[in-house]
Every structure is written in structure tokens, then in C-alpha cells.
Write a protein that binds this ligand. Structure first.
Ligand SMILES: O=C(O)CCC(=O)C1=CC=C[C@@H](O)[C@@H]1C(=O)O
Ligand SMILES: [Mg+2]
Length: 334
């Protein structure tokens, strides 16, 4: 079978730049691709790199698309290099939408997939860093969210610890007690070992309201994170340490049995991710990379199949970070 291959780069300005301990991200650039088979059936996919998290760069992805032939075969689709995980995901998921006849691979019709972004209690809402998190939490709670993720490691730790106290206080006071509220803290690898211990002491004291502390230390400090997870009761979730399938396997081999934050759009081949997660029974939190509806649908299709054991709310409550009325299908009409 041969497929006509077309691609369109896009870019979307964040309403508010995404600030993390890695720095400031203000423009989301990606590539929407379309495969058309010999019967005219179309399949869309998205390449949404986040190089500072560990995927290829947007430029490397664009170069790869430009060097592909205008007509490709399954050999091209399944031989995308492992150094291009966002390209692997985008091209293979476009192929899946054509070949699985709009069914998820577990046989569920696509239109029946639960869209967590329309069911906020199944989704975590991403809060801005710093003091702004408190008001943002109230706004998202009113929209139905009950799981919130807050970026830390962005301003001095004493300030952030004080804000956490205020955040927990406002949740306990303002939200009805029967709400099972969860707070996820994401340091993006920006803490020192001492700061991570300080955070985990506070999290342990705050109790179950803190679902997990995400990537407290840099990727090269896996052993220290393993020690922290043994020392404190608050779970630790790895993100930057497990961006690609290759990293997931390495970390699993080293004995990580904690939470894996899986960003399908930058993790690599969907079929290989599926195989790994099913065979290892991974405790996963599926997370967005601010992709468009094309990439989100492919990522959530995978999440719906793999998120069965722990059924953690998916990290896709990010639409409010854009305020444009971006129509991804318009790319094909310009
Ligand atoms: O996981 C979520 O709840 C939302 C997505 C999210 O937090 C992120 C997406 C991409 C880069 C980062 O800003 C951040 C992360 O580090 O997890
Ligand atoms: Mg993260």
C-alpha cells in the first residue's frame, strides 16, 4: 500500500508563556501531516516536538518531513529513526487512523472515546507558576477540574512553599470537603537534592492532597530520585527522565516502579509504546505537549487503551493556555 504524504508546519502563540525551570516557552511550533491512501482515505497526524524536554527539535522534524518522498510506504512509516520520536508518533498515528478504520486498536469506535478535556474530572488542569496558581485553581475548579498541576522550581523555594500552603488552605476552605482534590507538583528537574527533600517533607505533611511530585531532580540524578522515593511517602513521577520509549525502558531496567509521565506525542512509535506499557503494567500519567486536536486525539486514543490500571486523570487540561481560535484543518485550505 502506498500513501500520498503531505505536511503543513504551524505555530501557535501561548496566551501566557509557559514558564518552567527550563525557561520560558512562548510559541508552540508543530507539523500537521496527512496521508492519503490509494482509495482516497485520509489520515491526519501531528509532529509536536518539545526539544527542551528531550525530543527532536522542530527544525529536525521539518528537515525529516522535507526529505521524505511525496509517496511513502509502510517501510518509510516504520523506519523513522529513534532520534525523531515526535516524527515516529505523528507519522505512525496518521497511518493508524487510516488502517484501523476509525476504531481504536482495542476496537472502541473513535467517536466513543471519552474525551477527558470535555470531562474535567478525568483531566488535570495546568496552573501557572507562582501566586497566580491560587486564582487559576478556583477558576478551573468552577469548570469542573478536581486535579491540578502546578509548576514549581520557578521562583525561590521559600516563596513557593508559602504559596503551596496558601493553595492547600484555599482548596480546603473554598472547595467542598467532599471533592477529592489532587495537586500535582512539577519541578521539571529544577530542584537540588536538599530542596527536593524540603518539598517532600511538606508534601508528606500535607497528606494525600498531593498526588505526586514530578521530576524533582535533573535526568542525570536517577539514583538520588530513587532514594527520595524510598525515603518519602509522597509518590515521585518521572517525566524528563522517561520522555522517549528508549528512556522508559532504561529507567524500568534500573528498577523504577513509580509513576511514568508519558507524553505520547514525543515518546515515539505508538505500537511500541502500547507493547511496552501493556507488558510492564506501567503506572502512567498521560500528558499533553500542548498539541492541537489532531495530536491530542491520537495521544488520548493511546491513553484510553493503556490508562486502565490506575486510571489517573490525564494531563490534558491545557487548552486555556491558548486563546486563539486556531483551526488546524484550515492549514489545508490556505
Ligand atoms: O501534564 C500536564 O498536566 C500538562 C502538560 C504539562 O504539564 C507539560 C507539558 C509540556 C512541558 C511542560 O510545560 C509540562 C511538563 O513538564 O509536564
Ligand atoms: Mg513535567
Amino acid at each position: 500500500m502506498e500513501y500520498k504524504f503531505e505536511f503543513r508546519p504551524y505555530q501557535r502563540q501561548f496566551r501566557v508563556p509557559v514558564k518552567t525551570s527550563h525557561g520560558t516557552w512562548d510559541l508552540r511550533k508543530g507539523i500537521i501531516l496527512r496521508l492519503t491512501d490509494e482509495k482516497g482515505k485520509e489520515g491526519f497526524g501531528e509532529i509536536a516536538p518539545v526539544s527542551w524536554l528531550g525530543s527532536e527539535t522542530f527544525e529536525q522534524a521539518l528537515d525529516f518531513c522535507q526529505q521524505l518522498p511525496k509517496v511513502i510506504t509502510p517501510t518509510n512509516i516504520f523506519s523513522v529513526p529513534d532520534e525523531l520520536p515526535a516524527c515516529q508518533f505523528g507519522i505512525e498515528s496518521a497511518w493508524e487512523t487510516i488502517t484501523t478504520h476509525a476504531l481504536t486498536l482495542s476496537g472502541m469506535p473513535l467517536e466513543d472515546l471519552p474525551d477527558p478535556t470535555s470531562e474535567p474530572e478525568m483531566c488535570s488542569g495546568l496552573l501557572p507558576p507562582g501566586q497566580a496558581a491560587i486564582l487559576a485553581c478556583k477558576i478551573l475548579w468552577k469548570k469542573g477540574y478536581r486535579t491540578f498541576k502546578w509548576k514549581i522550581g520557578v521562583i525561590p523555594i521559600q516563596l513557593e512553599l508559602r504559596i503551596l500552603e496558601q493553595l492547600v488552605q484555599s482548596i480546603l476552605e473554598d472547595f467542598s470537603a467532599d471533592d477529592s482534590i489532587s495537586l500535582r507538583l512539577d519541578a521539571n528537574g529544577g530542584l537540588t537534592d536538599v530542596e527536593a527533600s524540603q518539598w517532600l517533607h511538606v508534601c508528606d505533611r500535607a497528606g494525600k492532597i498531593i498526588e505526586f511530585l514530578e521530576q524533582p531532580l535533573p535526568v542525570d540524578q536517577f539514583d538520588q530520585m530513587k532514594k527520595l522515593s524510598d525515603r518519602f511517602s509522597t509518590p515521585i513521577a518521572l517525566d524528563e527522565s522517561v520522555v522517549t520509549l528508549k528512556q522508559m525502558k532504561e529507567v524500568y531496567q534500573k528498577g523504577w516502579n513509580g509513576i511514568f509521565v508519558i507524553k505520547p506525542s514525543i515518546a515515539g512509535s505508538p505500537s511500541q509504546i502500547r507493547q511496552f506499557c501493556k507488558s510492564k503494567n506501567i503506572d502512567a500519567v498521560f500528558s499533553s505537549v500542548f498539541e492541537t486536536e489532531i495530536g491530542r486525539e491520537a495521544a488520548l486514543r493511546l491513553a484510553s487503551e493503556l490508562n486502565t490500571k490506575h486510571n489517573r486523570p490525564v494531563g490534558f487540561g491545557v487548552n486555556h493556555w491558548f486563546d486563539d481560535n486556531f483551526d488546524v484543518h484550515q492549514l489545508w485550505h490556505d
